[in-house]
Write a protein that binds this ligand. Structure first.
Ligand code: FAD
Length: 374
């Protein structure tokens, strides 16, 4: 069957993956380019191989998500029916570092919490495997050129390789036009927004809140902790803790193990990054952060033993601090069929990113005169 058009989606986080799957379901031929080794972006999952051959899995990015918007709820229900999303039924609460007490044990447990199954990245993985979507991992788009004479986009990889020509492009990362891209890669950003007046919102760097995630595996369950997810009150270092292994459909852990992921506060992460810079942190720097976060956990929560596995991960841009596409939920340049989507266009969470991806797909489909209903 001849495809309606040929569209590139840059990024396989949830906004890009949702957009790609929606376009492909309407007959558009979609190529997803993703810098990372696999799909998911900030919804990634991590496999750690231990020396004894055992494997551990962590959701080291977003641990779960909630849904309020009707349009997103419909999409999530369809994923639940297909088996790669499930409800995480555990109760959440908070922990006061000053008193050492767990609080609000019921209050934070009332909203339905969803997770990907068997990992948070399963959703993006499934969407990138849909018919009509070709996903290319480990490929960073280094340059995007609009060719007036051909009315198409030409994409080039970071290493200079030709990635092809496309009728439209969806870029799902705020760094596509920002100096942050340059700060990390040492190269100019892929898109020169000065050439696209409709995208003037992208001409300034979007402020972000960073976060460190600490992955922990204990040889026995943490019996002194009465809940499987809690926020910290009165800690300058830790913000949240989640028991990964209590999520539905997780792969079995060795023996009686329990795995947890802790999140630092944005202030702690910003302080560390100000000292060490934007470039990828060294293993030594990450080991130091891991020890500091764990000390805070062990020093505040009663009776936490030493874990047999512990590793930190840095999220330099965990959460956008502002939303720039509020009305349309994405940015759109109709002359060049260029959509920009992601949580930074809506709200700093998975629901916001899903909504933005849906709206970006609708813009592209509208420009091709294809109805966008899912
Ligand atoms: C530690 C942490 C905790 C969180 N907690 C929650 C939570 O509890 N609930 C919740 O709802 N949300 C949470 N979030 C936020 C949530 O993860 C994000 O809002 C959502 O995943 C953003 O999706 P996205 O598609 O907009 O962006 P991303 O997931 O960032 O996807 C962008 C993708 O584009 C790729 N990319 C960028 N530039 C290029 C390029 N030039 N070429 C190729 N590929 C490129 C990147 O590699 C990335 O995969 C959390 C995030 C973090 C990091």
């Amino acid at each position: 069957m001849r495809s309606a058009a040929n569209v590139a989606v840059i990024g396989s986080g949830i906004s890009g993956a949702v957009c790609a799957s929606m376009l492909a379901s309407k007959g558009v031929s979609v190529t997803v380019f993703e810098s990372g080794r696999g799909p998911g972006g900030r919804m990634s999952s991590r496999r750690e191989n231990l020396e004894d051959g055992k494997e551990l899995y962590f959701d080291h990015g977003a641990p779960y998500f909630t849904v309020n918007h009707q349009e997103v709820a419909g999409v999530v229900r369809s994923w639940e029916a297909r088996g790669f999303v499930a409800e995480w039924k555990e109760k959440f609460g908070s922990f006061d570092r000053n008193t050492g007490e767990f609080l609000d044990l019921d209050k934070e447990g009332t909203t339905t919490k969803y997770v990907g199954v068997p990992g948070m990245n399963s959703i993006c993985k499934a969407l990138c495997l849909e018919p009509g979507v070709e996903a290319r991992f480990g490929v960073t788009v280094g340059k995007m050129d609009w060719l007036h004479d051909r009315s198409s986009w030409s994409l080039t990889g970071l290493g200079g390789q030709d990635l092809g020509h496309f009728d439209g492009v969806v870029a799902s990362d705020k760094n596509i036009s920002s100096s942050r891209f340059t700060g990390v890669t040492g190269r100019p950003p892929p898109l020169d927004v000065a050439l696209f007046p409709e995208l003037s919102m992208m001409s300034q760097d979007i402020p972000v809140h960073p976060c460190f995630a600490l992955m922990l595996a204990f040889s026995e369950p943490l019996t002194s902790v009465p809940i499987k997810g809690f926020s910290f009150k009165n800690s300058e270092v830790l913000s949240w803790a989640f028991c990964d292994s209590s999520k539905p459909g997780r792969r079995c852990l060795p023996d009686n193990s329990e795995s947890w992921t802790l999140h630092s506060t944005a202030e702690y992460a910003a302080r560390v990054i100000a000292e060490s810079g934007l470039r990828k942190p060294s293993n030594d720097a990450l080991a130091k952060v891991a020890e500091e976060l764990f000390q805070e956990f062990q020093g505040s929560v009663y009776n936490v033993p030493r874990p047999y596995f512990m590793k930190a991960h840095r999220w330099g841009s965990a959460f956008p601090a502002v939303a720039i596409g509020v009305e349309d939920k994405c940015l759109w340049d109709k002359n060049t069929k260029l959509a920009i989507c992601g949580d930074f266009c809506t709200s700093p969470n998975i629901e916001g990113a899903i909504l933005s991806g849906i709206r970006a797909a609708s813009k592209i489909l509208g420009s091709l005169n294809i109805l966008s209903g899912m």
